[in-house]
Write a protein that binds this ligand. Structure first.
Ligand SMILES: Cc1cc2nc3c(=O)[nH]c(=O)nc-3n(C[C@H](O)[C@H](O)[C@H](O)COP(=O)(O)OP(=O)(O)OC[C@H]3O[C@@H](n4cnc5c(N)ncnc54)[C@H](O)[C@@H]3O)c2cc1C
Length: 335
């Protein structure tokens, strides 16, 4: 198989480009194949200087006949159309594993009628590119092959290595003008403020579930989290309902957590949620004594969170008055 490795960086983060160069080294070692590394810069979305930083062999500037491209959900359709045209003969298309990268990857793969794997690393076996990723909250590992179309993948850049000798020098540059669909099918775009603290790094988490009944229930969850020096998480239904941003979701389709303390509030403990929970100490609050979540509890509160929650917050705040460690815990979570 020939064709270039097409990279779609979102920022100056050069991890994607470095990974592409590493893949070229491995392909060269295994089958003597040296595909060129081509970085795509959508006009209006990424600065050309940012994509040059990783020394691709070529930079393709994609410009629209009218206007510029836009980042985010509103701009996925036109960008996927342009990217699918560019990628028709590519060896693979590599994007960052961000919300935008994942949306763009899925839309592009659909247009190419090929495969798409997100949050993975690319492996090379006898010259074939395979997507390696963990499943079931890290308990299994899968290597996925692609039957047709170039593999379109989003890469977990945090887990990437660096190439032994990244190329240097100015890349070749060309501009491609495209006449693509407009964004008019998107009628409403809302921007949410995403809290900075990353659930994957938090040591303590208080998470709210669908049993809260209303988005306002997360005010109480946040108060409880603050009192414990913890980050706020959620099960999937509150995230699906837009009560919290997606990056708060814990579970197989959200974040995996590894914490010293987990307080699931009004969460039933479904396996899709619990498979991604690793906690040294788990204290649920749930009205239903038969709820599955109590199977995982060290201790728990059987009761209404709206009754016990405020009392708990008050007690924790009082306890923290004479205890200096509360501040320390908060700093640990914010790191
Ligand atoms: C392919 C797939 C992927 C999925 N991925 C995920 C995922 O990543 N993460 C995830 O969480 N889910 C995921 N789900 C959904 C999952 O199956 C469950 O539906 C979900 O976890 C249930 O969320 P919940 O516990 O918040 O809500 P519910 O199941 O509705 O439970 C609410 C709980 O709140 C309790 N409660 C009600 N009122 C109160 C109150 N006032 N005080 C205290 N307790 C109260 C109830 O007793 C109940 O136990 C996935 C499902 C599928 C099919």
């Amino acid at each position: 198989m020939t064709g270039e490795l097409l990279i779609v960086p979102e920022s100056e983060d050069v991890a994607l480009l470095e990974e592409a160069h590493r893949l070229v080294e491995v392909l060269d070692d295994q089958v003597g194949d040296t595909p060129s590394v081509v970085a795509v810069a959508f006009d209006g979305v990424v600065q050309p200087a940012a994509v040059r930083a990783g020394s691709p062999d070529e930079v393709v500037h994609v410009v629209r006949e009218e206007g510029t491209f836009t980042a985010g959900a509103a701009g996925v359709r036109p960008r996927s159309e342009a990217l699918a045209d560019l990628a028709a003969d590519a060896r693979a298309v590599l994007l960052p594993d961000t919300a935008d990268g994942t949306d763009l990857a899925a839309a592009t793969a659909r247009r190419l009628r090929g495969g798409c794997v997100t949050d993975c690393l690319l492996r090379v076996r006898e010259g074939e590119l395979l997507a390696g990723r963990t499943a079931y909250g890290g308990r299994a590992y899968a290597e996925i092959s692609f039957e047709r179309g170039p593999p379109v993948v989003t890469l977990n850049t945090e887990a990437l290595g660096t190439p032994s000798a990244p190329p240097t020098g100015a890349p070749a540059e060309r501009t491609v003008e495209v006449d693509v669909e407009t964004d008019e099918r998107v009628r409403h775009v809302e921007t949410f403020e995403v809290p900075e603290s990353d659930l994957a790094k938090a040591r303590r988490i208080v998470a709210g579930g669908f049993g809260l009944g209303t988005p306002d229930g997360f005010d109480l969850v946040t108060e409880l989290a603050d009192a414990l020096g913890a980050a706020v998480g959620a099960s999937r239904p509150p995230s699906d309902e837009g009560w919290v941003p997606y990056d708060r979701q814990i579970g197989v389709t959200g974040k995996e957590i590894d914490v010293e303390l987990y307080v699931p509030v009004a969460i039933s403990g479904d396996s899709y949620h619990m498979r991604s929970v690793n906690a040294e100490f788990l204290i649920p609050i749930n009205t239903d004594p038969e709820a599955r979540i109590f199977n995982f509890a060290d201790v728990g509160i059987v009761g209404d969170v709206y009754e016990y929650g405020p009392a708990l917050v008050e007690a924790l705040r009082e306890a923290a008055v004479g205890d200096d460690s509360g501040g320390e815990a908060a700093e640990e979570v914010a790191e």
